[in-house]
Design a protein around this ligand. Structure first.
Ligand SMILES: Nc1ncnc2c1ncn2[C@@H]1O[C@H](COP(=O)(O)OP(=O)(O)OP(=O)(O)O)[C@@H](O)[C@H]1O
Ligand SMILES: O=P(O)(O)OC[C@H]1O[C@](O)(CO)[C@@H](O)[C@@H]1O
Ligand SMILES: [Mg+2]
Length: 542
């Protein structure tokens, strides 16, 4: 049984796009159809950066029900015909009871509710629809991977290709070589089930990836020139922003082209979705480094194992690897400030742990403690090609400082081993559960695109796959909330200090409470629409 509330939506929630219902022979739809909305509804600047998105599709229902819907081709391309979904005659699926998703199914963003809580925000449930907006031989799809590597990229590529081919009979699928810039600067790679058959067993991406090089006009020109009508874009928060401007430009040009985003990031910092693919694999691999650090540390007198893990702005990998391993005595993440010297500081804690236990393990996320690093040693203001701030190496900095402290104070002789497995945890193939997850993501993206949805990111929300508007996943980043239970569990498991004074802790708590109260107040005072906007900035997953 579905745990999602499935009452039929009131008629006013039904969007035209779902009910046009025209089917019949394919009347050679032109690839380019001028859209019916004013061109200045959206502005693109031809490159990275600011853009004005067209209005969100928000519908309201009873008891504070809000549907944040995703765009559909029929929103701007008139008179599109629909076709029977070929899955209806696919022997594997035709026997499945209720294989097609009811068009009224939506997925709740918030599932912990009170008696009087408004029903809140919902997203359109992902999955195959009875009717599709593309004929098999009309589809010309492309796949691109952007940003840093992540376990499972190849699995997603494989499953998009196989899903399109086996489920929808699509034969024309192109790989874009080397990220966004590949659209206009490289040759394409033809993809077939045979080409992708074994790729899920390899780390990395067979398509290559890159940062920077997002030139919206050139990318959309290339899509238009090649006659591509389904664009699958796999990448992190930056990539989804890029996908969003591509979608806006496609819409502005009135093209019958869908843009589907598949969220990818090792840091697990993408808002709204439960978790990003590859994260579990990375956490599992991080265990190996932590295990080695522990073995090294416990084999010598006053051994300290220090492991640096990825996590630019969010400490999820460090937090989960710490919780999973149970060998870690201290976990440092970007969200939780710490200090070295003085009472209650890190040096104090190390000394205490070594006296108690004879050894200890510290895990540090790469984005932690950046503000502590001496200005002279900072790579001030440097950015990568995508505009992401370049971080200073907190691992070496911490290692040097701990060693120097114990050498200077001569309190005890310590033996520190520093392990940096950062790239090792993301360059590996995905594990079994991530492989299954990648398959669901890819298939959900394919079903959504075939059904004519566009401008969406696909992902699980409370365990159910949903189509989420781009703006929802790009407006905020998912971060560890240090006043939540999960961080408390970690503190209880490592026994480390919180490094926050009671005053700071109270302030942090108040900030979070204020955000919650504001949310409720704005709902009560101004109605659900305001809440929709406000919730964009308060996506704090456990
Ligand atoms: N605001 C933006 N508008 C358009 N394109 C963008 C924007 N931000 C980033 N991009 C493009 O998206 C691509 C990937 O961005 P980025 O390097 O930040 O990685 P990411 O997708 O965030 O993944 P990760 O951080 O997990 O490695 C790059 O080609 C970059 O040019
Ligand atoms: O060295 P690269 O490829 O730029 O990637 C490093 C960054 O990419 C990530 O893996 C994902 O954003 C971060 O954890 C890390 O800071
Ligand atoms: Mg990013």
């Amino acid at each position: 049984m579905d745990s999602v509330y499935r009452a039929p939506l009131p008629p006013k929630l039904r969007f035209e796009s779902e009910y046009t219902g025209k089917s019949g022979p394919h009347p050679s739809v032109p690839t380019t159809v001028r859209r019916q909305v004013p061109a200045d509804n959206c502005r693109c600047n031809g490159g990275m950066g600011d853009f004005v998105r067209s209005d969100p599709k928000i519908a309201h229902g009873e008891a504070g029900y809000v549907l944040e819907d995703v765009p559909h081709l029929t929103d701007y391309v008139p008179d599109l015909p629909t076709y029977t979904n070929p899955l209806q005659i696919n022997p594997a699926y035709s026997v499945v009871k209720q294989y097609f998703v009811n068009i009224d199914d939506t997925v709740a963003q918030k599932i912990v509710v009170h008696k009087s809580s408004p029903r809140g925000i919902h997203f359109r449930r992902a999955g195959p629809r009875q009717k599709v907006y593309f004929e098999s031989d009309e589809v010309h799809a492309c796949i691109v991977t952007c940003g840093g590597l992540c376990p499972g990229l190849n699995t997603v590529i494989r499953e998009i290709v196989c899903g399109l081919h086996h489920m929808y009979g699509v034969r024309r699928i192109l790989g874009i070589d080397g990220g966004y810039k590949g659209f206009y600067a490289r040759n394409t790679i033809p993809l077939t089930p045979k080409v992708v058959n074994d790729i899920h067993k390899r780390g990395g991406t067979i398509l290559g990836t890159s940062r920077g090089g997002h030139d919206t006009s050139k990318i959309v020109d290339s899509i238009q020139d090649r006659g591509i009508n389904q664009v699958y874009i796999i990448g992190g928060d930056g990539t989804q922003k890029g996908a969003s401007v591509i979608f806006e430009e496609i819409q502005r040009r009135g093209l019958k082209v869908v843009v589907a985003g598949i969220p990818k990031t090792i840091d697990n910092d993408i808002a709204v979705i439960d978790k990003s693919f590859g994260f579990d694999t990375a956490v599992e691999e991080a265990q190996r480094a932590i295990y080695a650090a522990h073995v090294e540390a416990e084999s010598v007198e006053n051994g300290v194992g220090l492991v640096k893990l990825m996590g630019r702005n969010s400490g999820f990998i460090a937090m989960y690897a710490t919780l999973a391993s149970r060998d870690v005595d201290c976990c440092l993440i970007p969200e939780s400030p710490f200090y070295l010297e003085g009472e209650g500081g890190l040096f104090d804690y190390i000394e205490k742990r070594l006296k108690e236990n004879g050894h200890m393990v510290i895990v540090v996320a790469e984005g932690a403690g950046q503000e502590l690093i001496d200005e002279s040693k900072r790579s001030m203001g440097k950015e990568d090609a995508s505009g992401n701030k370049q971080l200073d190496d907190v691992g070496h900095w911490l290692s040097d400082n701990i060693k120097e402290h114990f050498r200077k104070t001569q309190k005890m002789v310590i033996n520190l081993k520093y392990i940096d497995p950062t790239y090792m945890i993301r360059a590996i193939p995905s594990n079994a559960s991530d492989n299954v997850y990648c398959t669901l993501l890819a298939q959900s993206a394919v079903h959504g695109a075939m059904a004519g949805y566009t401008g969406f990111t696909v992902g699980p929300v409370n365990g159910r796959h949903a189509y989420i508007p781009f703006y929802r996943v790009t407006e905020t980043q998912n971060k560890v909330v240090i006043t939540d239970r999960m961080w408390a569990r970690l503190l209880a498991s490592t026994n480390q200090p919180s490094f926050l004074s009671p005053k700071e802790l109270a302030e942090e708590k108040k900030l979070n409470e204020d955000a919650q109260t504001q949310l409720l107040d704005s709902y009560n005072a101004k109605g659900a629409e305001t809440v929709v906007a406000d919730q964009a900035t308060s996506n704090n997953k456990p």
